[in-house]
Design a protein around this ligand. Structure first.
Ligand code: UD1
Ligand code: CA
Length: 454
């Protein structure tokens, strides 16, 4: 039986990144490069997917959990050596093997599919994905014969002046007959400028044996961009950002200024939502339909319902339900759950706080470790005093309660249903439902005090 296999090369150290972080784990639009590649591979059906890991392997394994076989490349002796490390897993199999690089985050399943289709249609032993690069510096060059057939690939560092003038590059993605691949790999030598075992040498070896080699040239150069340094990383980021933004615009999201709108690869946004300039949607955030996200907003791993309005605010790891309005300048910290039609106004901070339907926390307030019911009015400058220096305590405010401005609620404390707290109170004891609590010292007016002084 003939199978389909994928090998993703991710063991290189990435010296040119000059980073403590393993190269393929550098994020592009919030997701590690290698995960982008794996996600595209998983859109297609492969019998086995192997990721070659080495230095930093543990981090890569943590990032990728899906049905992947990890293969250790103990020493980074080159891309050919890397594939050879999967010998025990694949060499005995019949079928087609696609090899991809973990540092080409923009590659798409559609292009991988076209490469495989070309490979099969030509009955080739190897098919290389190539692209025409206006600046081919650093890439391997595709050397073609008189009839246009691919003869071999020459690395930039090994290329002659004539070869360097060639603009058709090896994108680092290939399709091989699996058995032919491993047979040829046994013949790859490391006698070259970098002293490495080059995978692209397999192309020349198979060609020498008279095998059919084909090429599929894609017109999407950005898709095949290999990220070797931080300059390329920023270019990949920009290209991915454009792709993500375009996709959401096609799905019915208005993005006023795509150049300054940052949407993570894992986020989703509903139809007719409007994103203003300078907004960031990070992590696996979910934004419903008909929302308005105004400038200066950052939404990180948060879920927003339908018709939510956010102005210049930060919302992290929290939920905001339909019709609520946040900001300007609100900070909704992790673990918060804002109900429907809630108003969270300016300079309000929520932390691990749930706010029930229709409640208002309009100005200058801190609500932390709190459960606030529905139709509650929290006045201006209210503080839930949740921390005693050692432990955090909970504040409960029941439905319909009114907390006057400038009040401190010293937790643990509970404000009963429809209870009133007078402005300026420092509440240390529970307030029964329907009660009015005034907890402040009486005002003393000293008549003619100023006149006496004179
Ligand atoms: C490689 C190709 C080059 C092509 C370019 C496209 C070779 C020799 N050259 O060059 O023809 O134009 O990609 O981007 O293949 N890796 C390992 N183990 C190793 C070495 C590398 O797993 O021992 C992995 C790296 O993590 C990386 C990928 O292989 O994901 C490519 O390696 P890299 O060193 O970036 O190759 P390039 O010089 O870019
Ligand atoms: Ca590379």
């Amino acid at each position: 039986m003939s199978g389909r296999f994928a090998v993703i090369l991710a063991a290189g150290q990435g010296t040119r990144m000059k980073s403590k972080l393993y190269k393929v784990l550098h994020p592009v639009c919030g997701k590690p490069m290698v995960e982008h590649v794996v996600d595209q591979v998983f859109k297609l059906e492969f019998d086995k997917t192997a990721v070659i890991v080495g230095h930093g392997a543990e981090e890569v394994k943590k990032t990728l959990t899906e049905k992947i076989e990890f293969v250790m490349q103990p020493e980074q002796l080159g891309t050919g050596h890397a594939v050879k490390c999967a010998e025990h897993l694949l060499a005995s199999q019949k079928g087609t093997t696609v090899v991809l690089c973990g540092d080409t985050p923009l590659i798409t399943a559609a292009t991988i599919k076209k490469l495989m289709d070309t490979h099969e249609a030509n009955g080739a032993k190897a098919t290389v994905l190539t692209a025409h690069a206006p600046d081919p510096t650093g890439y391997g060059r595709v050397i073609r014969g008189n009839q246009g057939q691919v003869e071999k690939i020459v690395e930039h560092k090994d290329a002659s002046v004539d070869e360097l003038a060639i603009a058709e590059v090896n994108t680092g993605t290939y399709c091989f007959d699996n058995e032919a691949l491993f047979e040829a790999l046994a013949e790859v030598k490391n006698e070259n400028a970098q002293g490495e075992y080059y995978l692209p040498d397999v192309i020349g070896i198979l060609r020498q044996k008279g095998e059919t080699i084909s090429a599929y040239q894609t017109d999407s150069l950005s898709e095949t961009m290999g990220v070797n340094d931080r300059v390329a990383l920023s270019q990949a980021e920009a290209a991915m950002r454009n792709r993500i933004n375009e996709e959401w615009m096609r799905q019915g999201v208005t993005i006023i200024d795509p150049q300054t709108t940052y949407i993570s690869a894992d986020a989703s946004i509903g139809q007719d939502t409007v994103l203003y300039p300078n907004t960031s949607i990070k992590g696996p955030s979910v934004i419903g339909e008909d929302c308005v996200i105004e400038s200066g907003t950052e939404i990180a791993s948060a879920t927003l319902g339908r018709g939510v309005h956010v102005c210049s605010s930060v919302i992290s790891n929290s939920v905001v339900a339909d019709g609520s309005s946040i900001g300007p300048f609100a900070h909704i910290r992790p673990g918060s759950d804002v109900g429907e039609n809630v108003r969270v106004g300016n300079f309000v901070e929520l932390k691990k706080a749930s706010i029930g339907t229709g409640s208002k926390v309009s100005h200058l307030t801190y609500v932390g470790d709190a459960e606030v019911g529905s139709d509650v009015n929290v006045g201006c400058g209210v503080v839930t005093v949740n921390y005693d220096g050692k432990n955090k305590h909970k504040t409960i405010i029941k439905d319909g309660a009114f907390v006057g401005s400038g009040s401190n609620l010293i937790a643990p404390v509970e404000i009963g249903e429809r209870a009133f707290v007078a402005a300026g109170s420092t509440i240390t004891d529970d307030v029964p439902s329907q009660a009015l609590s005034i907890a402040r010292s009486r005002q003393v007016n000293k008549d003619n005090y100023v006149k006496k002084d004179v």
